[in-house]
Design a binder for this molecule. Sequence first.
Ligand SMILES: Nc1ncnc2c1ncn2[C@@H]1O[C@H](COP(=O)(O)OP(=O)(O)OP(=O)(O)O)[C@@H](O)[C@H]1O
Ligand SMILES: Nc1ncnc2c1ncn2[C@@H]1O[C@H](COP(=O)(O)OP(=O)(O)OP(=O)(O)O)[C@@H](O)[C@H]1O
Lengths: 228, 228
Amino acid sequence: MRKFAIIGLGKLGTTVAKFLAERGAEVIAVDKNADLVDELKEIVDLAVKLDATDEEALRSQGIDKVDVAIVSMGENFEAAVMATALLKGKLGVPLVITRASPTESGIREKILKLVGADRIVLPEVEMGQKLAQSLLLTHIVDYVPISEKYSAAEIEAPRSFWGKNIGDLNIRRRYKVSILEIKRSYLGKNGKKTEKINYLPQADDLVEEGDLLLVLGELEDIERLSEG
Amino acid sequence: MRKFAIIGLGKLGTTVAKFLAERGAEVIAVDKNADLVDELKEIVDLAVKLDATDEEALRSQGIDKVDVAIVSMGENFEAAVMATALLKGKLGVPLVITRASPTESGIREKILKLVGADRIVLPEVEMGQKLAQSLLLTHIVDYVPISEKYSAAEIEAPRSFWGKNIGDLNIRRRYKVSILEIKRSYLGKNGKKTEKINYLPQADDLVEEGDLLLVLGELEDIERLSEG
Ligand SMILES: Nc1ncnc2c1ncn2[C@@H]1O[C@H](COP(=O)(O)OP(=O)(O)OP(=O)(O)O)[C@@H](O)[C@H]1O
Ligand SMILES: Nc1ncnc2c1ncn2[C@@H]1O[C@H](COP(=O)(O)OP(=O)(O)OP(=O)(O)O)[C@@H](O)[C@H]1O
């Protein structure tokens, strides 16, 4: 498994460090704030207080031997630039992923790329755009962009589908969309709501009122299908 | 189209307000910081400086008439709780989505749900988990979770596929994975790298060295396929 270094233990850095360590990956976590370092001491292989803009400090902790480094210091742009440049330029880390804060012109992303960042992440922007896009699609419960062309989405089964079987509806030919799952809620004996999921439904499976359909296709086709 | 109110114009709030307004939605943007409000005056229908914990101020700007409100004040938890409670409890906004900051026990999310938030978003956590998961999958270039069971992923075409056509590889039967796209890079006449995408490839389409495959299936099956 690859070895990881997480530089900056804010909300993003801490989430990534914990997720990787819990699945057995070797993780070195670094921050200048001792309290944040202490929180992770029990969870990761090595958690150490140091200044990430100090090349010798990074090298002394074996950061030059990791496969991937994640730099997450959104509010401290100068430190993010310096750490990225050192990790890529001086320590030779093969993959450096740096978190940036959005600016009108994107100048921060350009500078980070210039000093060697292999990938830039902008959590609030990526999340904000996905949230806003899903809110614009009125009949769609949740939406996941997959590529330029394809999306997955959870939609309420349109009224015209209720009581009909998948074969008769001929969805792939009429709408150019595939159904991956049908999710149906039941009221159990104890009055608790339970959910049953029918994966890759067959031609004779029925669609009922209240069903949620997980579908795959182009967004326009999914919108058309969701309006039934 | 639905009417939206965006409360708090940090990175997330600003991204959502701009995305919705650029696509024609009616947006009211609110913040106590005049500079942030001024930035959006040209872009949204109404941008106004006010304290979001003041019920009369919210009502005076017609926030009780919107369909969706997004509360994005991650660092100011008390204001987020108060604004959420007012929007849902007093102003009757049908859908309130509130941004939270992660805590060890998840107590902030629980309180926000208690005072009426319909949905909670945690950008750094959701982004951090997705980033960490994609880093653990070594042969996978990018990964998109779709549901509990299904994921989409971009993988490098395994060596055993080079020079073979899709029909002969029998991928759906052997690996239980579908191929949505084959992405191939060319070096154009001017020496620039261009990309060509083959959507929903047919049985006689060839896979070549260097191709990227966009696939859909269960993560374990995708990992097995990517190791060829
Ligand atoms: N020079 C430095 N060396 C090491 N750690 C640093 C340095 N400068 C800042 N940090 C640490 O980086 C962490 C993240 O800082 P910041 O708040 O800028 O990030 P963020 O990416 O916005 O966080 P979040 O993921 O919480 O949104 C802080 O814990 C801070 O102590
Ligand atoms: N009572 C309030 N009324 C209106 N606006 C407020 C109030 N309290 C805070 N804000 C505004 O909310 C905005 C977001 O604040 P904060 O930095 O807490 O959010 P955030 O969600 O972490 O931001 P980001 O999306 O940038 O990560 C700020 O611009 C701040 O001025």
